[in-house]
Ligand binder design. Sequence first.
Ligand SMILES: Cc1cc2nc3c(=O)[nH]c(=O)nc-3n(C[C@H](O)[C@H](O)[C@H](O)COP(=O)(O)O)c2cc1C
Length: 306
Amino acid sequence: MMLQTDLGFARLNNPIMPASGCFGWGREYIELFDLKTLGAVVTKATTYLPREGNATPRVAEAPAGMLNAIGLQNAGLHAVVKTDLPWLLEQKLPVLVNVAGSTVEEYVQVAAGLAEFPLLGLELNLSCPNVREGGIAFGLQAESVHRVVQAVKAECQLPLVVKLSPNVTEITELAVAAAEAGASALTVINTLRGMAIDIEHRRPLLANTFGGLSGPAIKPVALAMVWQVASAVDIPVIGCGGISRVEDVVEFLMAGASAVQVGSASFSEPLLLPRLVWELEAWLQEHQTSVTELVGAAQRKDEIND
Ligand SMILES: Cc1cc2nc3c(=O)[nH]c(=O)nc-3n(C[C@H](O)[C@H](O)[C@H](O)COP(=O)(O)O)c2cc1C
């Protein structure tokens, strides 16, 4: 009970889930731990057609984090629906399928292809730095966020979790647009635009020039954005960005997140996700509290006690 969390459209046994793109479809992890330990699984992005992704090199180390420009490499909707998704659903745990596209129509096509599956919901990745529509990165304007969420909602009854980009002037404007268009929850945040230079060859290190920064380096930014978004909308927020310790999870919950996603940190520690579940339970026991009591606790200034 202590670990349970309420996403509005669903109750989860605990608030810990992997971040999209950092867990594949879970196949590699099943050898290491029971996936049912997790609150939910979030899959790698699915686009309508298969994508090979960007040219290499497409990952680089950064201080306290990493840069990636994978470019949404995936097998495409039809392969996903035939192989990866049925396998994951057999594991009998809540599944959020991360959906990406280059146009509104592509998001709708993918969502329509997933609509009949018993999913927890779809996570609309409106924030990939490498996906563009008419030369403008998709998901950076309130208007296009509203348009895509509304269009997907019209075609698919599944709850929609909208994943927002931090690479904007005011993330709360996007959050409000997504909520008004019918999003059930928001994931905050995706990666921050960054780059590295190969100084021997005097050129960008990543073939794509820019990549997304993730890992502990972005935690304070993610936390601030979760706080801002949680104050601006009434739908639940899933916090994401730089989580690597149980204290980070507690911080995100207190900032207003109802659940969290863990990405880059599990590359260096594949058992991090189950460890965070156990450590969170121990933390809650030690502090005689529950996840629901912690959600937004730092926002409720009138209730501070020592
Ligand atoms: C290698 C890699 C691949 C990613 N692929 C996706 C993706 O397919 N869809 C998506 O919404 N986010 C993707 N992300 C972003 C993560 O889900 C997450 O938002 C970000 O890494 C911040 O969390 P972290 O600091 O815990 O890694 C990817 C991140 C990494 C590092």
